[in-house]
Design a protein around this ligand. Structure first.
Ligand code: SF4
Length: 390
């Protein structure tokens, strides 16, 4: 693996805060999706305005519960969903003004939005750049119509054909896409055709992840009723093992199991989840973690707008949780600093012993308090994480 600079060795940071905002509406509910989202067709959501009012109300209530968050600097804001590009830019602009009036923002705060292909256009990106959004991620999944049909995704051929050109001419330079592999009906070469198409254009961020079968989705019901088949696991393992070297040869950092970025283009917001940094979650179905407490909002837009935000806060349990997040990172991190900050001493000992046993088994490197997985750990990752979290 390539050497890393100090900036890409992740460490504990607690003076900053991220804000995630969930916009739950989409053109169509995809069959495999287990996020809280509702398909409503091409028009705007009826309750768009009141939803944004509720976002503001929730921010104020979270501040009144955790007044100290006012002292933190906001270094990431992430508009996710659902399909946040479906909401009007004016409402995102007003909401950003509101956030800036409530919090101090860092000079280089990362402000991201997820965009679906049907909404993407040069005009939209100009508009986003104007209101201060500086990172855009497009949920492509695949360009193959057979794959999109299998996933039950809305497909607008013209939009899929023009999206790369739109992204490469974007006034916003931090752009990325999501691609999925292991979709039944598509083989390895179908996936690599998609991947090459985006690699040739040098997009700075690529999330490459495998299709999973989640309980409660239309896809899982279709599998149960024998209407569809399960994800192609053999293809998934082969692709998973091929990607790290292929992507590194193209100049990308492999910084998380499924995420690759040109140096400096990592998603700062998503890194918060993996490095256990605090974040405020706003909107229906959103989760937050503040001052050692977690909370989750109802997965229902009507209920969310009717009720005051939940006051149910659970104390976080880092002894088991830290492993589930931190060890997804494939870039190096200061493991001693993390475990000394978050864990009690019996757990610190357990973590240190387990990490040393991994080193002896040739699965990771450790030096000067810095940990990094080797590629050999990739297919064993779920079991290794269980080993350390127990
Ligand atoms: S567009 Fe994204 S959030 Fe919406 S249903 Fe599809 S996968 Fe889920």
């Amino acid at each position: 693996m390539k050497p890393y600079t100090n900036e890409t060795i992740w460490q504990v940071r607690n003076s900053v805060l991220g804000i995630y905002v969930h916009f739950p509406y989409c053109f169509k509910k995809c069959d495999y999706c287990d996020f809280y989202s509702e398909g409503i067709g091409s028009g705007p959501a009826n309750d768009e305005l009141s939803l944004f009012t509720s976002y503001q109300k929730e921010v104020l209530e979270r501040i009144s519960h955790f007044p100290n968050i006012k002292n933190k600097t906001i270094d990431t804001v992430f508009f996710g969903g659902g399909t946040p590009s479906k909401a009007s830019s004016k409402l995102w602009e007003n909401f950003l003004h509101f956030l800036r009036s409530e919090f101090d923002f860092a000079k280089d705060t990362e402000i991201s939005i997820e965009v679906n292909p049907e909404d993407l256009s040069p005009t939209l990106l100009d508009e986003y750049a104007r209101i201060g959004i500086n990172r855009v991620n497009v949920g492509v999944q695949t360009r193959n119509p057979i794959g999109l049909e299998f996933l039950g995704r809305h497909y607008d051929k013209e939009k899929y054909d023009s999206l790369l050109n739109t992204l490469t001419h974007s006034p916003i330079k931090r752009v990325g896409i999501d691609l999925m592999y292991g979709i039944p009906g598509l083989n390895e070469s179908d996936f690599f055709t998609d991947l090459d198409y985006f690699l040739d254009a040098g997009l700075p961020h690529l999330s490459l992840y495998s299709l999973t079968l989640e309980k409660g989705t239309q896809y899982s019901r279709d599998v149960k009723d024998l209407k569809k088949t399960e994800p192609e696991e053999r293809i998934q393992s082969e692709i998973l093992l091929t990607l790290p070297e292929l992507m590194e040869n193209k100049g990308y950092h492999w910084y998380e199991v499924s995420n690759y970025a040109k140096p400096g283009f990592e998603s700062k917001h998503n890194l918060k989840y993996w490095t256990y940094e605090p974040y405020l979650g706003i909107g229906p179905g959103a989760h937050g973690m503040i001052e050692g407490h977690r909370y989750g909002n109802p997965r229902n837009a009507i209920l969310y707008q009717k009720k005051t935000p939940t006051q149910k806060y659970e104390v976080v349990t880092p002894n088991s949780e830290l492993a589930l997040t931190l060890f997804r990172l494939f870039s190096p991190f200061r493991y001693l600093e993390f475990i000394q900050t978050y864990l009690d001493s019996p757990s610190q000992n357990h973590y240190i012993q387990t990490i040393h046993s991994w080193k002896n088994r040739g699965l990771c490197t450790i030096s000067d308090g810095v940990f990094q997985w080797k590629k050999e750990a990739l297919l064993l990752l779920d079991d290794l994480v269980l080993e350390i979290s127990n």
